[in-house]
Design a protein around this ligand. Structure first.
Ligand code: RUB
Ligand code: MG
Length: 407
């Protein structure tokens, strides 16, 4: 963890057909006191107080063609320089406000015609942000305490079919999974409060079997109920889950937005499971959008206890290196006195085959490993899916301990 700066700092990859220094200064100007032309009120004193600054610029290899289209291109024949740039802003421009932070560091600059590529790589925040926001209330330690799982990942699944089951059918599947020894189950992000599986009925039916199982077996399975909705709905749904003895709520963070997550983070008495669906639109083009390292910090501060990171060998389009970088980022402290660690959630096409490579790449058991099809489509049934996955993780950890000569 680097020390927290006095000013807000953001690192970018830029691609530009103009002098990169000029492009970086245009970004700084547009995102603080400047505009496309000098205006009389932008005095040296005002700039000293409010202007964003270019803190550093490192030239990289040039691109052979512009990555993004531009109407009325500048220097249409290139070259398209690439550089890594750090900008900084005075905290007083916006105060410790996450929504306004996004406008400052990730607002109009995506649209500048001086840029044919722009990616926000990382951000560092002054300590005032740690005081202003809840951060995760449970994180890894709280999640382990609620589930009683230590020394290994939480083995989880996603109810599948994602949508279409009734509350009673969902509860029957949950009962089977509880018997099989699962640690964690979540609603799919597509399951919310539909006509044939209303939220309240689903929570009551599922918690009846979870509580029965806990009373008999002494193990309360954590169920992440999808509370995604408008703010009042999310509060009410959270309260219902809490009242029924549930131990987790889930939100689709791009859908509820930062203000929604902050409010849920402040209100919650349960871990918040943050589903990142929609993330591909912000990340998939390498010259546009956000690196997870920068983006996920917003949600951790807002209160995410669990953050989705995709999975190794996933069914989507992301590389394994990128997945592992994201998971390590979630486990890296944001502030020395308030680390805001979120438990990474590996999910998307996961099976026992990914246990060993995940363990070796991450070097930590502080994760939720969630397999939907990987458990529920097991040829011998979901119980065999759970035990195979658990065995794969136990073998991965024990095998490497044996190689290292540890007990
Ligand atoms: O949305 C996701 C990932 O998030 P989440 O796992 O939380 O839903 C995937 O589409 C599946 O649901 C995972 O299921 P599978 O393991 O069958 O790919
Ligand atoms: Mg899903």
């Amino acid at each position: 963890m680097t020390a927290n700066p006095v000013r807000i700092e953001a690192d970018y990859l830029i691609e530009t057909p103009v002098d990169p220094r000029l492009a970086a200064e245009t970004m700084a100007g547009e995102q603080s006191s400047g505009t496309f032309v000098a205006v009389p009120g932008e005095t040296p004193e005002l700039k000293a107080r409010a202007a964003a600054r270019v803190e550093s610029l490192e030239l990289l290899d040039a691109a052979s063609a512009p990555s993004l289209p531009v109407a009325r291109p500048i220097n249409p024949d290139g070259p398209w320089h690439r550089a890594r740039v750090t900008l900084s802003w005075p905290l007083d421009n916006i105060g410790a406000s996450l929504p306004n932070l996004v406008t400052a560091i990730a607002g109009n600059l995506w649209e500048l015609r001086q840029l044919t590529g722009l990616r926000l790589l990382d951000l560092r925040l002054p300590l005032a942000f740690a005081s202003a926001y809840p951060g995760p209330k449970f994180g890894v330690a709280g999640t382990r305490e609620l589930t009683g799982v230590n020394g290994r990942p939480l083995i989880g699944t996603i109810i599948k079919p994602s949508i279409g089951l009734s509350p009673a059918e969902t509860a029957a599947l949950v009962a089977e999974l509880c018997e099989a020894g699962i640690d964690f189950i979540k609603d799919d992000e597509l399951q919310s409060d539909g006509a044939y599986c209303p939220f309240d009925q689903r929570v009551r039916a599922v918690m009846r079997v979870v509580n029965d199982h806990a009373n008999r077996a002494g193990k309360k399975v954590m169920i992440a109920f999808n509370v995604t909705g408008e703010i009042d709905q999310m509060r009410r749904r959270h309260d219902l889950v809490l009242g029924e003895g549930g131990t987790c709520v889930m939100a689709s963070i791009n859908s509820v937005g930062l203000a929604g997550m902050v409010e849920l983070g402040r209100h919650t008495q349960l871990p918040v499971h943050a589903h990142r669906n929609g993330w591909g639109a912000l990340n998939r083009h390498p010259a546009l959008g956000w690196d997870y390292t920068a983006w996920h910090k917003l949600w951790r501060l807002a209160g995410a206890d669990h953050m989705h990171v995709n999975g190794i060998g996933n069914k989507f389009s992301e590389t394994d290196d990128s997945v592992v970088t994201s998971a390590k980022a979630a486990l890296t402290p944001m502030f020395a006195h308030k680390p805001c660690i979120a438990m990474p959630v590996f999910s998307s096409g996961q099976t026992p085959a990914q246990a060993l490579p995940t363990w070796r790449a991450l070097g930590s058991t502080d994760l939720i490993f969630a397999a939907g099809g990987g458990i529920l489509a097991h040829p011998d049934g979901p119980a065999a899916g759970v035990s195979d996955l658990r065995a794969a993780w136990d073998a991965a950890i024990a095998g490497d301990a044996a190689i290292a000569g540890k007990p």
